[in-house]
Design a protein around this ligand. Sequence first.
Ligand code: TYM
Length: 332
Amino acid sequence: RPRVLSGIQPTSGSFHIGNYLGAVRQWVALQETHDAFYMVVDLHALTLPQDPKELQENTRLAAAQLLATGLDPDRCTLFVQSHVPEHTQLSWLMECLTGFGEASRMTQFKDKSARQGADRTSVGLFTYPILQVADILIYQANQVPVGEDQRQHIELTRNLAERFNGRYGKIFTVPEAYILRETAKIFDLQDPTVKMSKSASSPKGIIDLLDDPKASAKKIKSAVTDTGTEIRFDPENKPGISNLLTIHATLTDSTIAEVEQKYSGKGYGALKTDLAEIVSDWAAPFRARTREYLDDPETLDSLLAKGAEKARAVAAETLAQAYDKVGLLPGK
Ligand code: TYM
């Protein structure tokens, strides 16, 4: 079985619908056909200031949400990044292979650091993509299911894998991004020309999956659309409507054409009302399942411990090979 690996940050509390449609939905599907490794990337969250207690709670909350979307610990390896210390160990080797200029070109870093100001930007935020490289390479992943915003980080991963293999001998699988075109980028409801994002969007622009359904319905109904009347998928001229069509089609397992057809001759209001209901119908059982997992933290923690054990077996083997290749003296 080919292997997939991906991760999600626990910073946000609730996942938003962009996380789900852009990435996690694919994770659930891929556990059926792939040897799948999925993790909550708590170390990545530390690149921005975190309240320690909240971070711990949000890490459990993220794991609970992943289980609630349908990840099955018997069919995938689900774990917390910091439980596998080999990631940070491999990350150091990768940092030493990365050019300063190369790291400076990462657009997510540029965006985030520009928003925060240089004084408040940590070195961790700068090296963040390199830890991500280690996350991926340490499992010899063939594919990495993510949204479009992660594409550049996967490119960096490929470059560093090839560089390491070229310099020291081939030990790393060169991974590919697994990005579904239709849902690669879910847009902000208030500004449908930019991606929906916890760090950049206003609360009204984001559909949080753990939100009260009434709140989500309100946001969907006040989503920004163009002044026309026709319901047509046209991301350039009708970004707002196109975004709503994408969400609608994906959640109902339909094609965009089918949804367009369904609303031909109807107004924007009808689409928004139906979409609010579709999202609410999807989110209600998701919320209930998330709560069930959270209500039993012991089971949740032991499930994550088992996942970490499985992950560590793979990670330790790769790290030993990499240490050997670069010439670190084995400690006995
Ligand atoms: P994060 O936590 O920001 O996002 C988790 C996943 O959600 C996707 N995503 C979106 N997809 C479509 N439309 C959107 N508006 C949208 N917003 C977010 C992201 O692309 C991502 O797939 N650096 C990563 C976490 C990470 C990782 C890894 C991923 C750490 N190590 C190794 C893959 C492999 C991140 O911050 O994702």
